[in-house]
Design a protein around this ligand. Structure first.
Ligand code: G1P
Length: 310
């Protein structure tokens, strides 16, 4: 069946409003906020391609045309750079445009993540596929999606990525009840709750924004009633599949690498600092500056405009 087939399709839902990052996201899609020198969405697209999921459908919404522009050619800019002989910048421009086969679809009504994924049904067809949420940035080199696809190839069904989080944070995420499998780092998901109230979470395992899904999810999503927040939740459809009858089972890779929620201003800052720290080109000077800055300011209370809160 489809279990052993190599996965080439990915869906990237990118219709969210980005209200956690206002006013920056009033006129700019949250996916376009720069992390060091490229928009957050570019890391997600690059991760998808690196895992072999290079046929991408982005599910967008109103005010998201910057996403399409970013992954398109920009002949005017390219000509200017070519005339200046700036090959370095030119190659950066080209790599963002040429590396993937990206399609776009508007979500229409903003009825939740499950609805956004369901909108991809006719594009995906009857094959397993990846879903990458644009807010979640996973450390390069972790090959999380590759590991998830390998689990799917062995056991079929759908595969999630889970990360242990402190108890006080679990209500921000989908939360999974799990049981061990014979494979280290891989668990079987037995139940799921979307953003459980504090004290009601079945575990500290948070669902990350990476999924390898069986196409049977579409049939389940078609009958999934609106759940938390009045939205059609992907978590609720996966919960039905946990039982194993409806296109299950559901397994998960337990991830302990680096992950940032770039839709959250605090995590966004950490992402910028950590990724800049690791860069071969910008890193050395940045590390030196940051070390000096922290040493000089460790005991200084924040002051002036920089401390202004919302
Ligand atoms: C979505 C999912 C949630 C998951 C989270 C990961 O929530 O519904 O289950 O834990 O992504 O980032 P959102 O952050 O879109 O509200």
């Amino acid at each position: 069946m489809t279990a052993t087939r190599r996965i080439t399709k990915a869906v990237i839902p990118a219709a969210g409003l980005g209200t956690r990052f206002l006013p920056a996201t009033k006129a700019v899609p949250k996916e376009m906020l720069p992390v060091v020198d490229r928009p957050a969405i570019q890391y997600v697209v690059e991760e998808s391609i690196a895992a072999g999921f290079s046929e991408i459908l982005m599910v967008t919404g109103r005010n998201k045309s910057a996403l399409e522009d970013h992954f398109d050619r920009s002949y005017e800019l390219e000509n200017v750079l070519r005339e200046k002989g700036d090959d370095v910048k030119l190659s950066r421009m080209e790599s963002s445009a040429a590396s993937a086969d990206i399609h776009y679809l508007r979500q229409g009504d903003p009825r939740g993540l499950g609805h956004a994924v369901l909108r991809a049904a006719s594009y995906v067809g009857d094959v397993p596929f990846g879903v990458l949420l644009g807010d979640d940035l996973i450390g390069a080199g972790d090959d999380l999606l590759g590991r998830m696809a390998a689990v799917r190839a062995r056991v079929g069904g759908s595969v999630l990525a889970l990360m242990e989080v402190p108890a006080e944070q679990i209500s921000r995420y989908g939360c999974a009840a799990v049981e061990p499998t014979s494979e280290p780092g891989v668990v079987r998901v037995t139940d799921l709750v979307e953003k459980p109230a504090p004290g009601e979470a079945p575990s500290n395992y948070a669902v990350l924004g990476r999924y390898v899904l069986d196409p049977g999810i579409f049939g389940v999503l078609r009958t999934t009633e609106p759940g938390r927040g009045g939205e059609i939740q992907l978590t609720d459809a996966l919960r039905e599949m946990c039982g194993g009858e409806a296109s299950g089972p559901v397994h998960a890779v337990v991830f302990s690498g680096r992950r940032y929620d770039t839709g959250n201003p605090g995590d966004y800052l950490r992402a910028v600092v950590e990724l800049a720290w690791d860069r071969a080109d910008l890193g050395p000077a940045f590390r030196e500056w940051l070390g000096g800055f922290v040493a000089a300011n460790a005991h200084r209370p924040p002051a002036g405009a920089g401390s202004r809160a919302a």
